[in-house]
Design a binder for this molecule. Structure first.
Ligand code: ADP
Length: 622
């Protein structure tokens, strides 16, 4: 809009300059040339030079020039209001003035008969029509001059010569008219282009204003929506807690098995619903910028093992190995929001279990060697009291197509609609994780191959806690055991083998590996061991069958080798199965170093005198 006004102002200014400055200047220029021409012509003529005549001529020209400069200045505004075109007015005035000049410089004898042509060619915006009109006017004017000489002054005019002059004037004018045509077309085109550009520009300005307004409206609506969702989710949580609590109470009452089945379904559905509501609540809090972290000192290893313990039954149900490894460089006590860290891990490990049908899920934590978080968030404070950790959750599941890997961190996006129908979910989990990770000063990314599995990486920054105890931390791990044991590890999964071997060797024990129950039996028959760590689920012969066979043999030998079950099965009846088979102790996967050392070493110590019938040592995980 402003552009249009500006363009009009520019056109007006140009019009004023043309009429008030350029045309008078042109008049001045050709008047000077004319004066010089007439002076030279008169000098070269054989007749006497008349100063009076020449002076009158110069004065006339000067008066005309001054008039053409002064009059437009005086009346320009008025004339514009009356839509009077000064350049056209002077075109006619000039023509008449030329006639006077031609007449005064010898009429039919004057050599200035072609002057009108000069005026046509010096027009600034010559148009075909204008020049054509002017050509005819010039012709008529000159013809009138000749007729005046012939009839009024009764001079002896050479009519043939005059006709020739008129033909020359007319022809030259016509030529100028036609040559002005391409220039006119070009001028028209550039004027059109400029007008179009102006229109486009003003449209653009209008559109961007509309966009700005729409953006502001959308932002306000999104803010209102987020606040509404946050309030709603909060309101829904309260009755949901009552439903869950009451269902728990009802489950503990004397309900019939059928009623308990119904109540269990109610409880698991309510749990799922609560999880979804929690996700929506978090998501809307993040969107509304209301999610804050609450840092507290916490144990990294406990947080990790608590999380994995919660998910272990799900992994066991699907027959998946669940393992974790925390680098010794990671201090145990850190300051950060452990609940939010747990939430991220629950989500990533939960997804890994959900999208994996066979194989394993492996969690690894290390100190970040390349502090990408620092590079990504230079705005966050850095210091010696802080450290960035690198978490990796790896699975051997369905994987994610490379073209979907970038999108899955956006809200409501799921890599594949059909998989989602099979696996369920809302598509919010990773969006929340990525926002939480960002709040923790880190970043999240995925490496994945379809049908091979995925590795979700994230970094997060924590403050180091003051370690007040004499002994620093999970140093306790590296303290050698009082007595070095010969341990047989019956485990088929490579990652779990590596982990257990590493833990046990650091502790000072000697480890031998058996890939399955058959190999374990063979090893026990040929070598002496202080304790057996027996995975329950193994190919060829599982841990239960192997234990039954070992105990069968021991009936003859009278020996009792302590066997510690290692299993992802975390239900009560799983323990009973292990106990019934003759195992002595039990640790649940994922393996935690401290628990593994305690149970294995205590168990070995109890049976070191090879006495039998000692009460089994159970580690209560409930
Ligand atoms: P949800 O799991 O509730 O659908 P998420 O945001 O947690 O939502 O995950 C988004 C999508 O990313 C999932 O629907 C799935 O398609 C894909 N995805 C996430 N984790 C994995 C994984 N470990 N393996 C394969 N696909 C995954």
């Amino acid at each position: 809009m402003e552009d249009g006004i500006e363009a009009k102002r520019r056109v007006r200014q140009e019009g004023y300059r043309l009429n008030v400055v350029l045309i008078p200047l042109l008049h001045g220029a050709w008047s000077l040339i004319l004066c010089a021409y007439v002076f030279i012509y008169d000098l070269l003529n054989p007749g006497p030079f008349s100063f009076a005549r020449y002076f009158t001529f110069v004065l006339t020209l000067a008066a005309y020039c001054l008039g053409s400069w002064f009059i437009p200045r005086l009346v320009y505004k008025k004339a514009r209001e009356l839509k009077l075109d000064f350049s056209q007015f002077f075109l006619i005035a000039d023509l008449l003035f030329w006639l006077v000049v031609i007449y005064r410089t010898g009429a039919d004898k004057s050599l200035l008969f072609f002057l009108s042509l000069v005026r046509v060619s010096d027009q600034r915006d010559m148009s075909f029509k204008r020049v054509l009109v002017f050509a005819h006017l010039t012709l008529i004017a000159y013809a009138l001059l000749v007729l005046y000489l012939f009839y009024i002054e009764v001079r002896l005019v050479d009519l043939r010569l005059e006709l020739l002059k008129m033909a020359y004037i007319y022809g030259a004018n016509l030529y100028l008219a036609f040559t002005s045509r391409p220039a006119e077309v070009l001028r028209q085109r550039s004027a059109d282009a400029a007008r179009e550009a102006r229109q486009l520009n003003s449209q653009l300005i209008r559109k961007s204003q509309q966009l700005e307004e729409a953006k502001a409206r959308a932002e306000a609506a999104s803010q209102a929506k987020s606040e509404f969702l946050a309030n709603m989710s909060h309101e829904i949580r309260t009755p949901m807690n009552a439903i869950l609590g009451m269902t728990d109470l009802a489950l503990q009452s004397d309900a019939t098995p059928e009623q308990k089945r119904y109540l269990t379904t109610v409880k698991s559905s309510a749990d799922t619903l609560l999880q979804i509501i929690d996700d929506v609540l978090d998501f809307s809090k993040i969107e509304a910028g209301k999610l804050d972290l609450h840092p507290n000192p916490f144990s990294m290893r406990d947080t990790l093992s608590d999380t994995l313990e919660m998910l272990a039954p799900r992994a066991s149900e699907k027959g998946l190995e669940l393992a974790c490894q925390v680098s010794y460089l990671v201090p145990d006590t850190l300051v950060g929001d452990s609940n939010r860290l747990r939430q991220i891990l629950m989500n990533l490990v939960g997804n890994a279990i959900k999208f994996t049908d066979q194989g394993e899920v492996f969690v690894m934590v290390d100190v970040e060697s390349q502090p990408s978080a620092v590079a990504l968030r230079p705005d966050l404070p850095q210091g010696e009291d802080e450290m960035s950790l690198h978490f990796v959750v790896t699975d051997t599941g369905i994987g994610i197509a490379s073209n979907k890997q970038g999108m899955i961190f956006e809200s409501f996006v799921q890599a594949d609609g059909s998989t989602t129908r099979k696996y369920g979910g809302t598509g919010l989990g990773l969006a929340i994780c990525s926002q939480l990770v960002e709040l923790m000063g880190g970043s999240i990314w995925v490496e994945s191959q379809l049908d091979r599995g995925s590795s979700f990486h994230f970094t997060a920054r924590f403050s180091k806690a003051d370690v007040t105890s004499d002994q620093k931390p999970a140093e306790q791990i590296f303290k050698k055991a009082a007595r070095s044991l010969r341990v047989l590890l019956a485990e088929d999964n490579e990652i779990n083998q590596q982990l257990a071997v590493e833990f046990l060797r650091i502790r000072g024990h000697d480890v031998r590996i058996a890939q399955n129950g058959v190999e374990a039996l063979a090893a026990i028959a040929t070598e002496a061991f202080d304790v057996v760590l027996m995975d329950v689920q193994m190919p060829e012969m599982d841990g239960i069958q192997a234990t039954i066979a070992i105990r069968e043999r021991e009936r003859i030998t009278g020996h009792h080798i302590p066997i510690v079950a290692m299993t992802g099965y975390a239900m009560k009846n799983d323990r009973q199965r292990c106990l019934d088979a003759g195992m002595d102790a039990y640790i649940s996967k994922p393996i935690r170093q401290q628990e593994m050392f305690e149970v294995t070493e205590n168990c070995a110590a109890r049976y070191s005198d090879r006495k039998i019938d000692l009460a089994p040592l159970w580690l209560d995980n409930e």
